[in-house]
Design a protein around this ligand. Structure first.
Ligand code: AMP
Ligand code: ZN
Length: 304
């Protein structure tokens, strides 16, 4: 999205702005942030995500997406706190922690920082070997677990964007992961042991979160996590290309998916029965949850 001279649809002045092809809309740089906030409010209301007074815990990674939603919710007067999980990557994690701390202090947002190593003091690479899962998957599993424990009685907001959601759908359609496809939703309902999780950026593109941070003067972490899988990049690239070539296509695809998936997967949703983990109470399909199974594997690994 390049800046150019446009006639702003909101304030009608002729000045520097951007063209949002997917909405067929021209906006000046001054009017864009309020447009962005309005899109956030509309999404929260459309999917009945939460009310003004609902206690919200924003999962703040330091990237442009979670920084933009935190700032927008704060500006809009929602009842937010933030949670950052330091995953212990040399150099990158310290810098990220400093950045989110400075941002929250400036914005007057209460921030809790958890360090992965305080929960499990074994390097992610080793955990990946023991579980035979990619580092990114193990890290995601641990982050979700900590987020759920920390977010008790709160609604958790994540920075997942329209690009994330569509990439995830396309990837899981290509490999027909029905189990994952059936659970895609902007709102994951609260279940015993699991908090309500919502994605207020699910109809907003990454071009927009990037621009919102830039105009709002928010510094974000640009470095890519070294453990992020290349598969992820492939699908993100495809989605960006689709949206550039066919403006509006990805938002239409996502809305269409949400509408249709209710028909495809209606039965699955009710059939899945989750139990409480016998050790820690976390929700699971098995007797022990993924984290307690990981801990058992680590013990076997140590003694074997
Ligand atoms: P990702 O899985 O990296 O695409 O991140 C998706 C969302 O998860 C982000 O927008 C954040 O809301 C949240 N998130 C990711 N990493 C962290 C972290 N280290 N601490 C807190 N929240 C995170
Ligand atoms: Zn304007």
């Amino acid at each position: 999205m390049e800046n150019r001279r446009i006639r702003c649809k909101i304030c009608n002045s002729l000045k520097e702005g951007i063209i949002l092809n997917h909405y067929n809309l021209k906006l000046c740089l001054e009017c864009f942030p309020s447009f962005f906030r309005k899109r956030v409010v509309d999404t929260i209301e459309k999917f009945k995500m939460f009310e003004k007074s609902t206690p919200i815990l924003v999962a703040l990674s330091g990237g442009k997406d979670s920084m933009s939603i935190t700032k927008a919710l704060k500006d809009l007067g929602y009842n937010i706190k933030a949670l950052h999980i330091n995953i212990g990557i040399d150099g990158l994690s310290e810098k990220t922690e400093e950045l989110v701390s400075a941002f929250c202090e400036k914005e007057g947002i209460l921030l809790k920082i958890l360090k992965l190593k305080d929960f499990i003091d074994i390097p992610l690479v080793k955990l990946s070997k023991v579980t035979k899962k990619p580092v990114c998957a193990v890290c995601g599993m641990l982050r979700r677990y900590l987020m759920n424990k920390e977010g008790e009685n709160q609604t958790i907001v994540t920075g997942h964007t329209l690009n994330d959601e569509v990439s995830f759908i396309l990837k899981n359609m290509l490999f027909w992961n029905d189990d994952l496809l059936s659970r895609i939703s902007p709102v994951l309902k609260e279940k015993e042991g699991l908090n309500r999780k919502v994605k207020p950026l699910c109809l907003i593109t990454e071009d927009e979160t990037r621009l919102f941070c830039k105009i709002s003067g928010i510094e974000v972490i640009e470095e890519r996590c070294p453990y992020k899988s290349e598969v992820y990049d492939v699908f993100k690239g495809i989605v960006e290309e689709l949206n550039n070539n066919f403006p509006g296509s990805i938002i239409g695809f996502y809305k269409g998916y949400l509408k249709r998936s209710k028909n495809f997967y209606r039965e699955n949703d009710d059939q899945v029965v989750l139990n409480s983990c016998k050790k820690c109470g976390y929700l699971t399909l098995a007797d022990l949850c993924s984290i307690c199974r990981l801990k058992e594997k680590l013990l076997e690994y140590k003694h074997g």
